[in-house]
Design a binder for this molecule. Structure first.
Ligand SMILES: [Zn+2]
Ligand SMILES: [Zn+2]
Length: 321
């Protein structure tokens, strides 16, 4: 069984074995068309559910990175995603694809700034960004807000036009995109009051990774994730959400939202078991940092219904693919 602690130790070993930072020196980067982004991996950059920010940025709101066959995919761009990518030694200008699962701020707040930060660090190549209805408005709002700065830097620093480098696509249920390296599909999940909320499946040659997105217990997700190598599923700990509720003045409303739109950890185990996935990764923890909540409580909760490989995600954890 992999707990959060011993998986982290394994992750550290893997990182060391891979030779540390994946970044080539600046000069050679400029000369190479495609810098080596390192081994195929999933990095859980931000693992908290909800938009709150704590000291040390840990845990920070939802964000994940997949590097596969030297192409980078970011899934969700919660606040802190740029810092977390940099911390994970990922060269921001090599960003290629961004996917947003739904338009809650703990998943999209840093979308515009992530592309901006990549640009500020030398982005020259195209980024394709995919999100549900509202994605184009999100991008346009950012371009409007930062028009002065972007225009100034184009004229003043000779940068390419960021707005032309970023192509924004809106998706719904079904196929989101397909290249010769990956097929991405979406399944509408249950996250009221948001209806445009999706689970995402990434099918690479020989490796399938599914993200639940934010969802209440949704049995069709088991079919969607059938046989996946990794299921990254959101998780809520029943007894502990009382803590969140007590800390909020609008307790009743918050409690109702949480119960209707997130999945209790035992139900997460049911999905993973029904899907027969190889590894279950718990992430988007609700609550993420309540005092007196231990890792063992999460493990005990999911072990009622899931006997397979288990990972409790932590910010910046690297999982080899
Ligand atoms: Zn969320
Ligand atoms: Zn949400």
């Amino acid at each position: 069984m992999l707990t959060r602690r011993n998986f982290l130790a394994a992750g550290v070993t893997a990182t060391t074995a891979l030779g540390g930072p994946f970044l080539a020196p600046r000069d050679s980067l400029a000369q190479q068309a495609a810098p080596n982004l390192g081994p195929n991996r999933l990095v859980t950059l931000g693992t908290r559910g909800g938009p709150a920010i704590r000291t040390g940025f840990t845990p920070s709101p939802s964000a994940n990175l997949i590097v596969f066959d030297n192409v980078a995919y970011v899934i969700d761009t919660g606040y802190g995603v740029s810092f977390k990518l940099v911390e994970s030694k990922f060269p921001l200008p090599q960003l290629r694809y961004i996917f947003i699962t739904h338009h809650h701020s703990d998943h999209n707040a840093e979308f515009g700034l992530l592309t901006y930060n990549a640009w500020a660090m030398g982005l020259k190549t195209q980024i394709d960004a995919y999100g549900p209805n509202g994605m184009k408005r999100l991008a346009q709002g950012f371009w409007d807000a930062y028009k002065f700065d972007i225009d100034t830097r184009i004229a003043d620093e000779g940068r390419p036009d960021l707005r032309r480098l970023v192509s924004v696509h809106e998706y719904s249920e079904g196929e989101v995109m397909k290249t010769d390296k990956v097929r991405v599909t979406a399944l509408r999940n249950v996250h009221p009051p948001i209806t445009e909320s999706f689970a995402l499946k990434f099918e690479f040659p020989g490796k399938t990774i599914v993200f639940s997105g934010d969802t209440a217990y949704h049995p069709p997700l088991a079919q969607f994730a059938k046989g996946a190598d990794i299921l990254v599923h959101e998780a809520m700990l029943g007894p502990a959400i009382e803590f969140i509720v007590r800390a909020n003045p609008n307790a009743a409303t918050i409690l109702k939202h949480l119960q209707a739109s997130h999945t209790l950890v035992a139900d997460v185990g049911r999905i993973a078991t029904d899907a027969g996935v190889k590894t279950l990764v718990l992430s988007h923890f609700v609550p993420a940092d309540a005092p007196n909540v231990t890792e063992q409580q999460w493990i005990d909760g999911v072990r009622e219904t899931w006997k397979g490989d288990l990972v409790l995600a932590k910010d910046l954890m690297q999982i080899k693919l």
